[in-house]
Design a protein around this ligand. Structure first.
Ligand code: SF4
Ligand code: SF4
Length: 83
């Protein structure tokens, strides 16, 4: 039986807060390499990665890069925000 995908951190929306315009880098998933293991979603401290489809809610993503660091396939790259 497959293990359910659960996040380690479950912040409330108000506690996490809107990111605004200060983020320097944002994560981009290379879907050609992703194997849908769910580890990125599990480690995201803001719980903004949907574990079912790896969609990232950039309204709340802080650009910390933990997801990119933890991805075993190294298929998340942090790209500089354009202003
Ligand atoms: S960069 Fe940080 S906040 Fe954004 S999705 Fe990755 S782990 Fe979550
Ligand atoms: S950790 Fe990497 S391989 Fe696993 S679901 Fe996330 S992006 Fe895909």
């Amino acid at each position: 039986m497959a293990m359910p995908k659960m996040t380690i951190s479950v912040p409330k929306e108000g506690a996490a807060g809107l990111t605004g315009s200060w983020r320097t880098f944002r994560p981009v998933v290379n879907r050609d390499i992703c194997n849908h293991c769910g580890i990125c979603a599990m480690f995201c401290p803001d719980a903004v990665i949907d574990p079912d489809n790896e969609e990232i809610d950039l309204v709340y993503c802080k650009g910390c890069g933990i997801c990119a660091n933890e991805c075993p396939k190294k298929c998340i790259v942090m790209v500089r925000e354009e202003r």
